[in-house]
Design a protein around this ligand. Sequence first.
Ligand SMILES: Cc1ncc(COP(=O)(O)O)c(C=O)c1O
Length: 462
Amino acid sequence: MSDNNSRCSSEPAASNRYFNIQHEGLKFSTRAVLVGQEPDPSTGAISVPIYQTSTFLLDELGSNKGYQYARTHNPTRTALEKCLASLENGAHALAFGSGLAAASAVLNLLSQGDHVIVGEDVYGGVYRLFEKVLTRYGLTFTYVDSADIDQVGAAIQGNTKLLWLESPTNPILKLADIRALARLARNYGIISVVDNTFASPYFQRPLDLGADVIVHSTTKYLSGHSDVIGGAVVTSSDELFENLKFHQNAVGAVPGPFDCYLALRGLKTLSLRMREHERSATAVATFLEEHPAVERVYYPGLTSHPQHDLAKSQMGGYGGVVACTLKGGEEAARRLLNGTTIFGLAESLGGTRSLICHPATMTHAPVPAEIRKERGITDGLIRLSIGLEDAEDLIRDLYHSLERRPFAVVSDATAKHGSVSSASLYDANDTEHDATTASNKAVYTEQRIDKEVCEARFTVSV
Ligand SMILES: Cc1ncc(COP(=O)(O)O)c(C=O)c1O
C-alpha cells in the first residue's frame, strides 16, 4: 500500500470532519459561512448545489431520503433555513418567496376575529397586506407608536393575539424597546413578532431579547446584492414552527432553489457588508447633520437620535439606512432625489449600490396621505440606503446634488471620445486615501475630499 493510501483505521473518515462540526460555540461570521453548508456528499462540492428539481424519486413506497416534493422541502432551501436560524440564534427558520410572503405566513397563525397591535411606522407593503387583504378575513389591527410602551399596553384587548414590531422602522428609523415589549406581550399570551430587516442579525437578534418570531425581507441585507426577492421567518418555539411550516407548505409561497442559493451566498459576507454599510452610513449621517440645507437626520447611531441609548442597549450597530428632511421641504427633497448620480433613485435597500428614495410616493405610497403625515412620513422625507461605494464619493454625490451640480457625470461628447480623465470627473484636490486608520476614525480634511465639500466645514467619524 502506498503512503498516500495508508490511513490509520482509528482516524475519522475525511468527510466526517466537515459533517460533525459543533456550531454552537462558533462566532457569527464563521456560522454564516458554515452552517447548513456541509460539502455535497457525492462530490465534496464546497458550494451548496442548486437542487433545481420539483420532485424526488422514492426507492420504494413510504421511503424517501428526507425529500419528496420541492414545495415541502428542497435541499438548497434547507441549507438557507439552517443558516438563517443559526444567525438569529433561533431553533428554526423557514424561507419564503418574499418578505411579504413571510409576513403573510406569520399572520396565518391567526383566525377570524383575532386582533393585532402594530407599530405604526411599518413598511407600506406590510400596512397594505394588513389593511387591504387581512381585514377582509376578519382580522383587526390597531396601530400604535411602538416607541411608547404605554400606548402598546393600552391597545391590548381580550382578542389580541399578535404584536407586530419593526425596529428600526422603515423609513424614519424609530426603535421599539424589544425587551420590554416582548415581556409585555408574553404576560398577556400575545405572540411578539419583530421585522428585523433593517438591522439584520449581525446588529440585532430579537429572539435573544425575548421576541417569539422574527421576520425578514431577505431581499435586503441578507441577500445583499439587489438580485433576489425573498423572505424568512425564524423562531425558537417548536409549536409556532410546526404551525408556520404547515402554512408554508399549505399556502406554497416558497422561494425557488436559485433564489435560496443567492440568499445563502449573501449570508456568507453579511458581517463584512454590515460593518461597511454602517461605517459609511455614519459618515453620511454626520455629513447631512452638519449641512446647512438639512433640517433633520434620522439615524439611530447619531447621539441626536432620541432613542440612541436604546439603540446602544439592544443593537450591536446601527445599520445602513439614513433618512432626512431638508429645510426647503418637498421641493428641495425632489431636487436632491433627482440630482444624485452615485445614489440610484429606486425602492429597496440593503444592496451594494446606494439608493435614494422618496417614501411618500414610493415605498409608503400604499399608506393614505393623512396617515403618512401623522407618522412623520412627510412629502419632504428622503430615505437613503448606504451601499458599499466609498463613503467619500457618496458624500460628494449628496453635496453636489444639494448644490444642484451633478457629480461624476461625463458630458456626452467626452463619453463618446472615451477620454475621461479623473480631473474631468472630480476636483483637482481629490486624492485617494485609505479610509481605515488605526483608530478606525477618519477626519475628512481638505486633501481628502473635494474643496467644495470642505466649504461645508464638517468633520466625519467613520
Ligand atoms: C422592513 C420591511 N419588511 C418587509 C418588506 C417586504 O419585503 P419584500 O419586498 O421582500 O416582500 C420590506 C420591503 O421593503 C421592508 O422594508
